[in-house]
Design a protein around this ligand. Structure first.
Ligand SMILES: *[C@@H]1O[C@H](CO)[C@@H](O)[C@H](O)[C@H]1NC(C)=O
Length: 224
């Protein structure tokens, strides 16, 4: 009974489910580590970024993908077309949802330099120093705005004044970091598109089969 179109659909359906697993896994893991005490400046900056991520929305997106996958199951078990159609409409919603999450992250990168300033300032001296050492910088906009923390990178006021503020290196790091996640989300949207296309193919195939079956029945070669 299985034909190539059906197999392609099964693969696309499985990948679609896998994307939901990715989004859920990522959201849950990030949610667990975002408040950890950082051991280095990179981790400190990363956690601050994670704390602003739309993780609840990510979990909702994943749950919606799982529901959509569940709707495909009766569509696979029977030759009915209505479940597959419903699932493909739901997949469009999942796709738009993921795209909005991606756009939200992208918009964050646009004003990250300024938005990060109050969050940097709000950190304890230990964490600020971790970031100063990691990114080789003093203070945020410059060494006096806000005032640097005295550490190995910024031992004195005179020395700190010669070192750049952390705004540029941190926002550079953050941009690369968020861009990667943003790109992954658009990859996920790509798999959603493949799933929707596979659904269209399977629906067309089923429709044709039904048509031929009607013709066969008319000619007396119907189901035995
Ligand atoms: C830091 O920037 C402020 C305002 O832009 C400026 O007044 C100050 O002199 C700068 N400090 C250093 C050490 O460059």
């Amino acid at each position: 009974m299985a034909n190539k179109i059906q197999i392609a659909y099964l693969v696309a359906d499985g990948l679609f489910l896998l994307m939901g697993v990715f989004i859920l896994g990522f959201s849950v893991i990030v949610n667990n580590i975002k408040d950890e005490v950082p051991e280095n400046g990179r981790q400190a900056a990363r956690n601050l970024l994670y704390q602003d991520f739309p993780l609840t929305a990510g979990i909702v997106n994943a749950v919606f993908i799982f529901i959509t996958f569940a709707v495909t199951l009766p569509g696979l078990a029977t030759s009915s077309r209505k479940w597959l159609k419903l699932a493909s409409y739901m997949a469009v919603v999942c796709l738009i949802f993921s795209m909005i999450l991606g756009l939200y992250l992208w918009i964050q990168t646009l004003k990250l330099r300024d938005d990060f300033a109050p969050r940097f300032t709000a950190q304890t001296n230990e964490i600020k120093s971790l970031m100063q050492v990691e990114f080789n910088c003093c203070g945020y906009f410059n060494s006096s705005r806000p005032a640097f923390i005295t550490d190995a990178t910024c031992p004195s006021k005179a020395a700190a004044a010669m070192v750049r503020g952390c705004a540029t290196p941190i926002s550079g790091f953050a941009n690369v970091f968020i861009d990667n996640i943003f790109t992954a989300l658009f990859g996920i949207v790509g798999f959603d598109v493949i799933f929707i296309m596979a659904t269209a193919c399977l629906l067309k195939d089923r429709k044709e089969r039904e048509r031929f079956q009607h013709i066969d029945e008319k000619n007396g070669f119907g189901r035995i």
